[in-house]
Design a protein around this ligand. Sequence first.
Ligand code: ATP
Ligand code: MG
Length: 294
Amino acid sequence: MAGKHVTRDVDTRAVLSVKDLSVQFQETYAVQDLSFDLRPQEVLAIVGESGSGKSVTSLAIMGLVELSSSGRVRSGTIEFERPGGELTDLRAVPERTMRTIRGNEISMIFQEPLTSLNPVYPVGDQIAEVLRVHTQASRKASWSGALELMDKVRIPEAARRAKQYPHQLSGGMRQRVMIAMALACQPRVLIADEPTTALDVTIQAQILALLRELKDEIGASIIFITHDMGVVAEIADRVLVMRNSLAVETGSVADVFRAPRQPYTRLLLSAVPRLGSMADSDTPAPFSLSTEGA
Ligand SMILES: Nc1ncnc2c1ncn2[C@@H]1O[C@H](COP(=O)(O)OP(=O)(O)OP(=O)(O)O)[C@@H](O)[C@H]1O
Ligand SMILES: [Mg+2]
């Protein structure tokens, strides 16, 4: 076996490498033998139906399975490249170190920002607090940093909005606040768990465009969790398809969309218009459901 400090090819190295991950709840496995790599600045979509194990995978990466649920990580390694360049198995680090990694090096945004925002503080204060903790900046500098971040995520009238409470903002604006908070940490990896599912289509498209832009700006990699292949086509470079706790297919978005290998992937794709299929038509046409190779 190669040692811990092998020299890796710069082009093929992963920021995050999950190998043979299994997570169990009582008698059943929510995630089984899952392996995937996340490369620098790529967007990896994890797609699959409800209950397939997408969120449990992200909880495991964050080291939150045991802390937040009755589940147990049974096996696997989760190697993460920390800012110094060293590879660390997140399963082996003490909780104290995990607290530094969480938020600072790996950030997460969720489907419903209201559950992650504190209802009793104005949103500007919440962004400023993250900045203050992360950069040790003064209160004043953190506040102006928060306003800058709100501008960056295209929240109009940032100075006025910053003083508002989460319930005073629309869903799309709240999600922008969550993205601003995630960016305040300049994470190497951002995990977005269905961040646009609750939003209407126009706002969803704006948030996806924003995430792509910011990813390039801060040089982060993104794990984007969704059940919508249309969203995968919009944002991802590669896709991992999960079903019943297992990875059933993985590949570049171009390859998987052009030639899905698994019947289940074809089924997911049947719900979205085929890329390029509208060339000769004014209306979108759904994928025909092929049973070939099923
Ligand atoms: N706290 C928990 N206690 C017991 N079982 C759980 C718990 N959390 C998840 N599970 C089980 O693990 C499996 C995977 O759940 P997970 O939340 O990862 O699904 P998901 O793919 O994120 O689905 P969704 O698209 O609905 O968010 C499910 O069968 C679920 O019932
Ligand atoms: Mg989920």
